[in-house]
Design a protein around this ligand. Structure first.
Ligand SMILES: Nc1ncnc2c1ncn2[C@@H]1O[C@H](COP(=O)(O)OP(=O)(O)O)[C@@H](O)[C@H]1O
Ligand SMILES: Cc1cn([C@H]2C[C@H](O)[C@@H](COP(=O)(O)O)O2)c(=O)[nH]c1=O
Ligand SMILES: [Zn+2]
Length: 192
């Protein structure tokens, strides 16, 4: 019986690295994983999952209009799929998380999702909200604040390096815009 997994963390915790390692493990055993990532996140080139330590693989792109259940039925009719790996899963819609539960429950294919739990304001992303609600297994990946505590918050910075307290939820970026910190240092950065 397949299951749905949600691997979540702040930024820079190794989510993409872990995804690529899982893909490698499946392939090493002669199995076929399929990787998806968000079309809006084009930091490392469209249709690629890259980790900051240099691993990289091609990926299918999803956007908010895609029916992931139908797409995966089409892929599995064209050849066996042993596992679905989704990077940047915080950008999934509620509907798409439901479609992925159908992939698990009706197609019996495991779905492993990797993404942020919360945004720069500490609010859940839509995809993360429903993954936290519906996934079979929740796995926290950890990274560390400059003080040594677990970093479970992410600061968005302006060009001068000051923490920002308003703006759109989605803004693609990397180390230039975001810093993962512990809750204490998050509050401190926002003057709370
Ligand atoms: N140049 C580098 N060499 C080795 N490790 C690095 C380098 N840059 C970043 N890392 C490490 O890679 C990890 C980030 O991996 P990544 O999979 O991209 O994270 P996430 O997807 O969670 O943002 C961090 O632990 C970071 O310290
Ligand atoms: C906190 C936060 C992040 N994002 C964006 C920034 C990146 O493009 C991705 C996360 O990348 P990761 O290193 O693979 O975890 O999400 C955003 O749009 N809004 C936010 O609040
Ligand atoms: Zn800290």
């Amino acid at each position: 019986m397949a299951q749905m997994y949600f691997y979540y963390s702040a930024m820079n915790a190794g989510k993409s690295t872990t995804l690529l390692q899982s893909s490698f493990n499946y392939r090493e055993r002669g199995m076929t994983p399929i990787i998806f990532t968000a079309a809006i996140d084009d930091r490392f080139g469209k249709g690629k999952v890259s980790s900051r330590i240099g691993l990289q693989e091609d990926a299918e792109l999803f956007n908010s209009k895609d029916d992931l259940y139908q797409i995966l039925i089409n892929f599995s009719n064209a050849g066996k799929i042993d596992c679905v790996l989704i990077d940047e899963c915080q950008f999934l819609t509620k509907e798409q998380v439901y479609q992925l539960t159908e992939v698990v429950d009706k197609l019996d294919i495991p779905v492993l999702c990797y993404g942020l739990r919360t945004d720069f304001l500490g609010e859940l992303f839509e995809g993360s909200r429903y993954l936290l609600s519906w996934a079979d297994k929740l796995v926290e990946l950890k990274t560390i604040c400059h003080c040594g505590r677990k970093a479970n918050m992410v600061i968005r910075q302006d060009e001068a390096g000051n923490a920002i307290a308003d703006g759109n939820q989605v803004e693609i970026g990397g180390n230039d815009r975001y810093v993962s910190v512990c809750r204490l240092h998050y509050k401190e950065a926002l003057g709370r």
